[in-house]
Design a protein around this ligand. Sequence first.
Ligand SMILES: Nc1ncnc2c1ncn2[C@@H]1O[C@H](COP(=O)(O)OP(=O)(O)OP(=O)(O)O)[C@@H](O)[C@H]1O
Ligand SMILES: O=C(O)c1ccc[n+]([C@@H]2O[C@H](COP(=O)([O-])O)[C@@H](O)[C@H]2O)c1
Length: 201
Amino acid sequence: MKIKRVGVLGSAFNPPHLGHKDILNQVNHEFDELLLVPSFRHAFAKTMVPFADRLAMVSIMAQAYYLEATMHNRSLTPVLVSDIERRLGEKTNSPVYTYHVLEALEDCYKRAGEMVELVFILGPDNVSFDTWSKFYKADEIRKRWSLRSVSERIKIHSSDIRTLIANYPRPEKLFKARFNRFMDNPVADYIFQQKLYGAQK
Ligand SMILES: Nc1ncnc2c1ncn2[C@@H]1O[C@H](COP(=O)(O)OP(=O)(O)OP(=O)(O)O)[C@@H](O)[C@H]1O
Ligand SMILES: O=C(O)c1ccc[n+]([C@@H]2O[C@H](COP(=O)([O-])O)[C@@H](O)[C@H]2O)c1
């Protein structure tokens, strides 16, 4: 049986942005499938908007990515969004750790009759020794699965967007132009429709 190589991008996605999308561009040709996995209860106790909103926003980003790839005839590695962290988090009150996420994902594929090699994708902040060594069972993760580090080619972080919304909470005339340097327009529309991060309609 062919072994499917799956790249797992875990993130708070609070909110998802063009830097996250650029990660997909950096690695898509290496994988048979890419899985976007929003955090449910973060190991470092990050405060995040509700899981359902981040799941919706990351799904919108995945759709935008797919449309762009089609338009530009780029390789069409399927990009899927997984709610595995919610399913794990609802069974316990403790944080949802990457180790358990990878274990559960492997199990899901196995039950579906697929053999997989899971590769956990990390950006520069998480790959630094200071942060990586704080991951639960970091050494065991390295033993059981592979890691793929990516570079930061687009200097954007979710915190920049949260700050931008705090400074410009109303979708005034320039909002699309202001926000589309950071994220896809449909994600910005969702944020304003749902009034996330203090945004006002
Ligand atoms: N612009 C970027 N380019 C490449 N990798 C990134 C970028 N932004 C975040 N990452 C990586 O994506 C993963 C998820 O990051 P995370 O969700 O914390 O995003 P963030 O934008 O840094 O969020 P925040 O500003 O809230 O800390 C991490 O591995 C991180 O290193
Ligand atoms: O398992 C851990 O101890 C752990 C500690 C920090 C972060 N993570 C995961 O790493 C991914 C990226 O995290 P972050 O903080 O950059 O959004 C995301 O899937 C987090 O759940 C996991």
